[in-house]
Design a protein around this ligand. Structure first.
Ligand code: ZN
Length: 133
């Protein structure tokens, strides 16, 4: 596993949250993207070497909506960059981690992604992401 690729924050209103994080980080949202498979809209901001992903649900059965209903807005996941997502999935599964999908899925920002269940990672949703090649 490589560096933290980004930190995901669940929000109710992407535009409003974008404005808050633009002020906080003194920068602009550089990209917004809808991920239909996950029923989310995302907005990305860069702060130095770090990236923040804001996520808003686009449907009531989106995982982001379920998360906000249960826990409110806030820190949603930490994403780690990996070179070979399939190899990491095999390794982590063998280590006993619970993967939320059997195959990598298409995520935002030209990535292949896979999530690990927070039950197996001390309450933190972990995302693996690999740049699509
Ligand atoms: Zn993410």
């Amino acid at each position: 596993m490589n560096k933290i690729e980004h930190i995901g924050i669940a929000v109710k209103d992407l535009a409003a949250a974008g404005r808050i994080y633009e002020k906080l980080l003194n920068t602009s949202v550089y990209k917004t993207e809808e991920v239909r498979g996950e029923a989310v809209k995302t907005a990305f901001l860069q702060s130095g070497p770090n990236k923040i992903e804001l996520l808003e649900a686009t449907s009531s059965n989106s995982v982001i909506n379920q998360f906000i209903e249960k826990r409110g807005e806030g820190l949603h996941h930490i994403a780690f960059d990996v070179d070979d997502i399939e190899a990491e999935m095999v390794r982590l599964k063998a280590e006993g981690f619970i993967l939320l999908s059997d195959q990598p899925k298409t995520g935002a920002d030209n990535k292949l992604v896979c999530f690990l269940h927070p039950k197996s990672t001390n309450g933190v949703l972990i995302e693996l992401c690999q740049e699509k090649r």
